[in-house]
Design a protein around this ligand. Structure first.
Ligand SMILES: CC(C)(COP(=O)(O)OP(=O)(O)OC[C@H]1O[C@@H](n2cnc3c(N)ncnc32)[C@H](O)[C@@H]1OP(=O)(O)O)[C@@H](O)C(=O)NCCC(=O)NCCS
Length: 371
């Protein structure tokens, strides 16, 4: 087979999958046969968990059973919480999360079992525990007391409650749930690829997820949502937004939250959905100024660079209005994506071929050591 080289593996098919597919032409994100955006408007994040793990949307009984399985795994090793408290105050919350995931791996008695059933149970454990690492990891490094999960709340309601310390009103829980859905799975981004590469050595699900967290930390990937919010706060007003963007572009800097390797010159359907969610939330919270700033930013980037916003651009102000600390925006993305990554690890283990590509060698040859 002739070897070809594509920098950044652009347009290279890295894997077969029956999980998801970005149909850019049709503007559809296919998730096990469904349109992700339609799902986000009609079902809950818990249904997406069922769909990704079992391959079909759960009925009411199956949803209840899934919820019970998650609640049964809420118990969290105290030693890991104590360990997180030892981390320094300036820790990046993505590093705290990565550390927490590695630590809870050591408590999973099925860690080395790669069978489908064991991987399924590990996915449930991770889904139950990752939001707790996100919320209590933040509390650990900011020296606040820990918070217990509340089984009487929905999965998303409890997650938001653990972050903010307040039971969210129904409308806010709904927006947060929708954001988790649109973050849940997205074909083969850098982080999912990293997870599948790790899983392909027969390494375990926790290790694959930790690798994905490291990938997601970067500002070209998940870290963009935090960078977007910092930019919006720096701009501070509709008037400042345009000039700040123009200055940035003049300095040849990237505007975070715009562009995408696959969509690039097309709208990200997830961003369109989150823009609607932001409009609603901004009205409710009397923060139409934030919404207007984002819309101006979108117009300027379209006019100047023909670039469209990606999900992170609109998820950032949504999370801000939900009262989520900025340092937790990317960890929340990880928590939402845990189910997507878990599904990919299960698929990789079920039909494995070790990833081992080749290189285009540009170094020297023919050298000999002096003797
Ligand atoms: C996501 C991203 C890494 C994809 O990049 P890519 O496929 O590698 O695209 P390239 O870096 O080749 O960019 C193509 C062109 O668009 C420009 N461009 C892409 N994204 C840009 C951005 N956010 N701001 C300004 N210019 C951008 C590049 O400068 C380049 O211009 P040039 O051809 O004049 O040099 C890129 O769009 C980006 O850095 N976005 C900001 C980070 C972000 O929001 N990440 C979250 C992604 S979901």
């Amino acid at each position: 087979m002739e070897a070809t080289y594509q920098p950044g593996l652009e347009n290279v098919i890295a894997s077969e999958t029956a999980i998801s597919y970005l149909d850019v032409e049709q503007g559809e994100i296919v998730l096990r046969g469904y349109d992700l955006i339609e799902l986000a408007n009609k079902v809950t994040y818990l249904d997406i968990v069922g769909l990704l793990l079992d391959g079909v949307l759960p009925d009411a009984e199956q949803r209840r059973s899934l919820e019970q399985k998650l609640i049964a795994e809420y118990e969290f090793p105290q030693n890991v919480l104590t360990m997180l408290q030892l981390l320094p105050k300036q820790s990046n919350l993505m590093d705290v999360l990565r550390t927490g995931i590695s630590a809870i791996a050591c408590y999973d008695e099925e860690l080395e079992d790669r069978s489908r059933d064991a991987n399924y149970r590990k996915s449930i454990r991770l889904l139950a525990k990752v939001p707790q690492i996100v919320a209590n990891g933040y509390r650990a490094v900011t020296k606040q007391s820990f918070i217990e999960p509340r089984p009487d709340l929905s999965y998303s309601g409890n997650f938001l409650y653990m972050i903010t310390g307040k039971v969210p009103p129904e409308t806010e829980e709904k927006v947060f749930d929708q954001s988790l859905i649109v973050y849940s799975e997205h074909e083969m981004p850098n982080s999912t690829f990293a997870a599948r590469v790790i899983a392909s050595t027969q390494s375990d699900m926790y290790g694959a997820l930790s690798g994905a967290v490291a990938s997601l930390k970067g500002t070209l990937h998940g870290g963009a949502n935090e960078a977007v919010m910092k930019f919006l706060l720096e701009a501070g007003s509709v008037e400042e937004m345009e000039s700040l963007i123009l200055n940035k572009l003049a300095r040849k800097e990237r505007m975070m939250g715009f562009g995408h390797r696959v969509y690039m010159k097309k709208a990200d359907p997830r961003a369109v959905l989150m823009r609607e969610a932001l409009a609603q939330l901004a009205r409710e919270k009397n923060r139409e100024d934030l919404y207007n700033m984002c819309v101006i930013g979108e117009e300027v980037m379209n006019r100047e660079k023909k670039l469209f916003p990606n999900l992170d651009y609109y998820a950032a102000p949504v999370y801000y209005l939900l009262g989520i600390p900025i340092d937790l925006f990317t960890p929340v993305f990880v928590a939402a994506r845990t189910i997507g990554i878990a599904a990919h690890v299960i698929e990789q283990h079920a039909n494995n071929r070790l990833f081992r590509p080749r290189v285009l060698y540009t170094g020297l040859r023919g050298l000999h050591p002096q003797t």
